[in-house]
Design a protein around this ligand. Structure first.
Ligand code: BEZ
Ligand code: FE
Length: 288
């Protein structure tokens, strides 16, 4: 086509696909082009704005390394990561939520009743629950990968003062499908805002805060892997998570327990005299 116009460029784009193009690639790329073209027309994008966008991508490329993926962060702050989660979610099971860039694979095993605090002090939280199937039946032998921030708001991969697997653990559910551990209450924290994702937040007059959460990946043979986060109901940022990760079913309560009630069966049993908090959260997995 030699007469490409504002009105026909989207159709021309689709007409250029070769016969060997994979049908799904064709569908995805045609739709992407359709929405990008519509966006340019909608806002009457100027050359300067187009160049600013390209420079932001170039900067994201320069910042991206194994410890930091700025493209994932761009996707997160634009709501893309969460939307992909939601359009792929199944009804009747626990909602998925963003993985984030700070997960460290191959964490060491954490026994049931284990403690994630290492040598950090702070409010003790007892977290426990059952991994279930969609019908509510417990799943024994499910692997629960857990990670969170230290009390300074940093993940181990961001903080040279922490060991690689600080606040990371891999727990296997028992015959009743139960997992249980103690930790310190995670804190609200800011996502890295010194790159193009931060510039988007500033341009939009948005803050970079995420509400306090625990991260989980729950896996069991015969079930879809679940990547999710569990949020504290009283967190001030719960309704304004900068990466749009909060879902109603992922909000739980830290319930204060009286001194002298800390149960048996934990590494900390007999060592916690004062008040502590308790969080109960069950996961429901979708069958494959
Ligand atoms: C996180 O929860 O670790 C996270 C998610 C998205 C962007 C940055 C951090
Ligand atoms: Fe996080």
């Amino acid at each position: 086509m030699r007469n490409v116009t504002v009105d026909n460029i989207t159709e021309v784009f689709s007409a250029y696909f070769g016969d060997e193009a994979d049908p799904r690639s064709k569908e995805v790329l045609s739709s992407l082009a359709k929405h990008m073209h519509a966006f340019v027309k909608d806002v009457n994008l100027t050359h300067d704005e187009w160049r600013t966008g390209l420079k932001a991508l170039e900067w994201a490329g320069q910042l991206t390394c194994p410890e930091r993926n700025e493209f994932v962060l761009l996707s997160d702050v634009m709501g893309l990561s969460s939307l992909v989660d939601m359009v792929n979610s199944k009804p009747g099971v626990t909602s998925s939520s963003v993985l984030g860039p700070f997960h460290v694979s191959n964490a060491p095993p954490l026994e049931i009743g284990g403690d994630m605090r290492a040598d950090f002090g702070g409010e003790v939280v007892l977290v426990e629950g059952i991994v279930r199937d969609a019908q509510g039946e417990p799943i024994p032998g499910a692997v629960v990968d857990i990670w969170q921030t230290a009390p300074n708001g940093l993940y181990s991969s961001q903080d040279p003062k922490q060991d690689t697997y600080s606040f990371h653990g891999l727990m296997t559910t028992d015959k009743q499908g139960r997992y249980a551990f103690t930790t310190i209450r995670p804190v609200s924290y800011v996502v890295p805002d010194d790159g193009p994702a931060g510039e988007i937040l500033k341009a939009a007059g948005r803050h970079p805060w995420r509400p306090s959460h625990l991260h989980f990946i729950v896996e069991a043979p015969g079930y879809q892997s679940l990547t999710t986060e569990v949020f504290a109901a009283d967190d001030p940022y719960l309704d304004q998570d900068t990466v749009f990760g909060v879902r109603e079913d992922l909000v739980m309560h830290y319930v204060t327990q009286a001194a002298g009630t800390f149960p048996e069966g934990f590494v900390l049993s007999g060592k916690v005299d004062g008040e502590y908090s308790r969080v109960d959260f069950d996961f429901k997995l979708a069958a494959i």
